[in-house]
Ligand binder design. Structure first.
Ligand code: ADP
Length: 627
């Protein structure tokens, strides 16, 4: 028997398990039971495809036994089993290297978060065991194998003599310490409670030999003990139970154990559909995004059961992309068991169910938004980007399905509002929905263009997400209103008189402005005098589709073709700098050029754009300071 090493990433997760100070060690049992149940699911699925397979589904069970003198707990299943290679692969490497990436990216994360997040499954056995043996026989194979490990040092795999297909996991409990009484896990009472708490819904019987006492035959007061095998779980899947019989805690436990989350769900959606499509759905909106949510590897989907058999653990077609965060189970008898994965994706029942699910999720979110806005904001912080992506990713095709779920920060309310709320409170003379973009609310608030629009008492939506402008672009119009970036050069809030006045001012200084444009060459497409500014001397506005913020976003993307927005430098008509410029233009060409360059750089700084030539700017400023 050769000693093998764990993959280095597994070693670290294992180490985390073994030395964990995680208080919730009891979850090891639910993890192992859940693996056992999965293994039986897999065999049930094989059987559904191949009726000749010599197994009887009514024999499926999970068995728990305890040997107090050896300090062992054994969890056995008669599921699909593992062959030598599978033992090596499945137990030698942890499936999700995600836990490590998470730990690297979040060095301060707590054990509970990592363990919860990844449900590190099988390895959780090491939280309570000093040694673990796995004896397994794969269905259809003549050989059985034993995998043994005492922790990070490694594991061995050898031949075994198991007769029936399935897997026995034997845990050699750690010694009791002052803080941890591992021997408690061997008590019938503890095991019973843990199964009720976490694994009640498992659809195969979880059995255990228990001691009972009874009156001795032929006596009146003499008792004898005897053992009997009892089923400890109710076996009724939670989603098949009546809603009114399910406590919040049951829902929460089901969710956290089944979907490996350490936090209870934000919202539970449980319903029974009858009619065109007949199915039961138990769905959850998580209260936070899983660590890998915005990575490519994340796969959306719901568990799909038909006729009591799990036929797909992530049926993608049941969820639109913009609800990819939803977790849950769908159970229907309408879909034939032996359907192939490819056909399943286009099955009319699946598509019909998906439609129903989408409607339910939407109304659940609207309910959250109207009844628990704080909860909704939390939801939106984590998943709003996905909903926005649903809009711009489809170039607006799906927008009507989710537009009412969008919220943006409002300058007036100083809180988030929906687009409808914005339009409903628009001023009579306001034609467009105003927005401004920047990295944070505070930074946007400092933009010179924002100041003036606020001064005129218009509300502005502050867009702080990289996806926001693309989203607005894809929405195009909302309740017949178009959107306008307040930093766009075409923003026009002036009365007719004001316009005339401004155009006169620009006309008078035509030569000077055009000289400035020459100095700045191709950096700006125009220089003009504006009445949009209150205190700031200058600002940059963009013309056309690409705003300065969008330029930043696009250019920060890897592999993107660099873009630049077309910019106008605007000079405040009521700022003393204008008079100064006019003087210099007349008398001092050199100085005029320097002023122009500095003002341009200033306007870029305010926008948060990089300065083209910081050295030149620094020299110019010093030069002016020392005058
Ligand atoms: P997960 O269950 O999330 O895949 P685990 O670490 O719990 O991760 O298990 C790793 C793999 O080991 C499983 O995916 C499965 O292939 C295999 N496995 C674990 N327990 C059993 C079992 N009782 N029967 C068959 N295979 C098992």
């Amino acid at each position: 028997m050769k000693k093998k090493e764990f993959k280095s990433s597994s070693k670290r997760v294992l180490d985390l398990m073994i030395n964990s100070i995680y208080t919730n060690k009891e979850i090891f049992l639910r993890e192992l039971i859940s693996n056992a149940s999965d293994a039986i699911d897999k065999l049930a699925f094989e059987k559904s495809k191949d009726a000749k397979l010599n197994i009887n589904p009514s024999d499926f069970k999970i068995f728990i036994s305890v040997n107090k003198s050896d300090r062992t707990i054994t969890i056995s299943d008669n599921g699909i089993g593992m062959d030598e290679e599978e033992l090596d692969k499945s137990l030698g490497t942890i499936a999700e290297s995600g836990s490590l990436r998470f730990k690297e990216e979040n060095p301060d994360s707590k054990d509970s978060e990592i363990i919860g997040q990844f449900g590190v499954g099988f390895y959780s056995a090491f939280m309570v065991s000093k040694k673990v043996e796995v004896i397994s026989k794969k269905i259809g194979s003549d050989d059985s194998y034993i995998w043994t490990s005492e922790g990070v040092e490694g594991y061995t795999i050898g031949k075994a003599t198991k007769k029936e297909n399935g897997t026995d996991i034997i845990l050699y409990l750690k010694d009791d310490t002052e803080d941890e009484k591992y021997s408690d896990f061997m008590e019938e009472y503890t095991i019973r409670n843990l199964i009720k708490k976490y694994s009640d819904y498992i659809k195969y019987p979880i059995m255990m030999e228990v001691e009972n006492s009874r009156l001795k035959e032929g006596t009146k007061d003499e008792y004898e003990t005897y053992t009997e095998v009892q089923t400890l779980n109710s076996m009724k899947p939670l989603w098949k139970k009546d809603k009114k019989d399910i406590s919040e805690e049951e829902y929460n436990n089901f969710y956290t154990s089944k979907f490996s989350d350490y936090e209870k769900p934000l919202k539970v959606i449980h319903y029974n559909a009858e009619g065109l499509e007949n199915y039961k759905a138990l769905l959850f909106i998580p209260s936070h995004a899983p660590f890998d949510y915005y990575y490519k590897e994340y796969k959306k989907g719901l568990e799909l059961y038909t006729n009591g058999v799990l036929i797909m653990d992530k049926c993608e077609k049941l969820l639109p992309d913009y609800y990819s965060f939803v977790k849950g189970v769908v159970d229907t008898d309408d879909i034939p068991l032996n359907i192939s994965r490819e056909t399943l994706q286009n099955d009319r029942h699946v598509l019909g169910i998906a439609k129903g699910i989408e409607t339910k999720i939407h109304s659940a979110l609207i309910e959250l938004l109207t009844k628990d806005f704080e909860g909704y904001k939390k939801f939106f912080k984590d998943f709003g980007n996905q909903i926005k992506f649903g809009i711009y990713g489809s170039y607006g095709i799906n927008k009507d399905k989710v537009l009412d779920l969008l919220i943006f920060y409002s300058s007036k309310k100083k809180d988030f509002i929906t687009l409808k709320e914005y339009v409903d409170s628009m001023k009579n003379d306001q034609k467009e929905i105003y927005y401004a973009c920047g990295e944070t609310v505070e930074k946007i608030d400092l933009l010179p263009q924002v100041e003036m629009v606020k001064e005129k008492d218009f509300d502005i939506l502050y867009l702080t997400d990289y996806a926001d402008e693309f989203t607005i672009g894809a929405i195009n119009t909302f309740m017949e209103k178009t959107f306008k970036n307040v930093c766009d050069s075409s923003l026009d809030l002036d009365t007719k008189d004001e316009k005339e006045e401004l155009s006169k001012l620009n006309e008078e200084s035509k030569d000077m402005l055009s000289k400035m444009k020459d100095i700045l060459k191709d950096k700006v497409s125009d220089v003009k005098i504006t009445d949009k500014l209150k205190n700031h001397p200058v600002c940059l506005t963009s013309n056309g589709a690409i705003s300065t913020q969008m330029e930043k976003v696009i250019n920060a993307m890897p592999n993107s073709e660099k873009v630049s927005s077309s910019l106008t430098l605007e000079i405040n008509d009521s700022h003393p700098i204008l008079a100064k410029l006019k003087d210099l233009y007349k008398d001092d060409e050199k100085q005029f050029e320097k002023y122009t360059k500095v003002l341009y750089a200033q306007s870029k700084l305010i926008e948060g754009l990089p300065i083209d030539n910081p050295t030149e700017l620094s020299n110019l400023v010093c030069d002016l300071l020392s005058k």
